[in-house]
Design a protein around this ligand. Structure first.
Ligand code: ARG
Length: 454
């Protein structure tokens, strides 16, 4: 039995039924649907719609339904159009006629939006915990990296030496912002649609503020028309998951590059790499490629929902049924990816000698310019002189550190024998000691800041 058969003379076409049915997706909100119904039963009992006895029967029945969902014993019927129908159908099997009063003053429009928000309020802490664990993996690696130096890149060209620890932590902070963004979303999710009816509000004398409190929402939605159509929280959630996906993808791209033979900066554990069916030598970073790939899928889910929302007439429109699948797919993708990434990063092996070998002395050309700045020459001039030194080194096929002192002094008389000290990558790193720089102390301070905020 559908919840709406009365005014129809024939049953819905089978294929139209399949199109319309949302049970495959929304059965995931079974527990939330029962919880919302328990709170609604309580509210309409207080409003005088349910007698004490009816309320008790409904509450006990809903508890049984909930237990059946939790234990996996619940059986869906072919006529269950959605999770709301399934719960009400089962309740009527358990308690009989009283079940028919539960939906008084309520619509599936305010009900589904409530279920979805309840689900999301449970999902956000789960994602947050998984992100936090990935952050811990990054910090563990940063601590293990000690004084390991590596090339830092801009434009994927060797730029300046950095600490490996600094690089690890550069992936910590985006996740910190992602977590803050997710948690900022909570107050906007915790606004209760229940009690708004189909669109115009409920005719019952329901205390919506108390209802909100009983479901741990912070307030009742202030406008019923907005309440049943507002899916901002779903779009915002998808923006959060997309940006998380983008951050993970950037990290993944670097791991893919750095595990290639050309870079050789890292080696993946066998437990997190895959082989080729044809080439016996291959060790592929599939975990990271999939992470990069999923970012595209996550972005598609966000743009898909925004496109669904953009032209909807007020208030509830069935297009909105598309919202949940997108959010669930995004949540599931991250729920699978995040622990795998944490494991893969915890077990990756850094190759400090390969990283060190990729630093050539031209990467200290900025330090060469700074050396002359310390001798009182304006940076604009010292930049040009250091550039000429790089040219001279390239022409004579020597490293900057191999060029004779006379060659330097021909470019500027300010060069002295101590100039060769600037070509030590660690000394270049140590100079970058202001907050946020790559020096050992600065990186230690980052870790301290991270630990203090945990
Ligand atoms: N299944 C719908 C959804 O997910 C909720 C039911 C509202 N249906 C209706 N005919 N008013 O959005």
């Amino acid at each position: 039995m559908t919840l709406w058969g009365g005014r129809f003379s024939t049953k819905l076409n089978d294929q139209a039924w399949d199109l319309n049915s949302s049970l495959p997706v929304d059965q995931r909100m079974a527990i939330q649907d029962v919880e919302g119904s328990l709170a609604w039963a309580d509210a309409i009992h207080k409003a005088g719609i349910l007698s004490d006895d009816e309320h008790e029967q409904i509450a006990l029945g809903l508890d049984t339904v909930k237990a059946e969902f939790s234990s996996g014993e619940f059986t869906f019927a072919p006529a269950d159009e959605d999770i709301h129908t399934a719960v009400e159908r089962r309740l009527s099997e358990l308690v009989g006629a009283a079940a028919g009063k539960l939906h008084t003053g309520r619509s599936r429009n305010d009900q589904v939006a409530t279920d979805f928000r309840l689900w999301m309020l449970g999902a956000i802490p789960q994602l947050d915990a998984a992100l936090k664990d990935l952050q811990s993996a990054l910090v563990e690696q940063a601590e293990a990296a000690e004084e390991t130096v590596m090339p830092g890149y801009t434009h994927l060209q060797r730029a300046q030496p950095i600490l490996l620890a600094h690089w690890w932590l550069s992936h910590y902070w985006p996740l910190e912002r992602d977590r803050a963004r997710l948690n900022d979303l909570i107050p906007r999710v915790a606004v209760l649609p229940l009690g708004c009816g189909a669109l115009a509000g409920t005719p019952l004398n329901v205390d919506r503020a108390a209802l909100a409190e009983s479901l741990h929402f912070s307030e009742p939605a202030p406008n019923s028309l907005d309440a049943v159509s507002d899916r901002d929280f779903a779009a915002e959630f998808l923006f959060c998951t997309t940006l998380i996906g983008v951050h993970l993808s950037k990290l993944a791209e670097q791991i893919v590059l750095y595990t290639s033979a050309e870079f050789g900066f890292f080696e993946l554990s066998d437990a997190y790499s895959t082989g080729s069916s044809l080439m016996p030598q291959k060790k592929n970073p599939d975990v990271f490629e999939l992470t990069r790939g999923k970012a595209g899928t996550l972005l598609g889910l966000l743009t898909g929902l925004l496109a669904t929302l953009k032209g909807l007439p007020s208030t509830y429109d069935k297009d909105l049924q598309e919202d949940k699948a997108a959010v669930f797919v995004a949540f599931d993708a991250l729920t699978i990816m995040l622990p795998v990434l944490a494991g893969a990063l915890r077990t990756i092996t850094a190759k400090p000698e390969r990283m060190r070998a990729a630093i050539d002395s031209t990467m200290m050309a900025t330090d060469l310019a700074d050396y002359l700045v310390n001798k009182g020459i304006p940076f604009r001039e010292t930049h040009a002189i250091a550039g000429k030194a790089v040219c001279a080194a390239l022409e004579s096929q020597l490293g900057l550190e191999q060029m004779p002192l006379e060659a330097y002094q021909a470019l500027s008389p300010a060069f002295e024998a101590d100039v060769y000290q600037v070509f030590d990558p660690l000394s270049s790193i140590q100079k970058r000691n202001a907050i946020g720089g790559t020096s050992l102390q600065s990186v230690k301070n980052q870790i301290k800041q991270i630990k203090e905020n945990q």
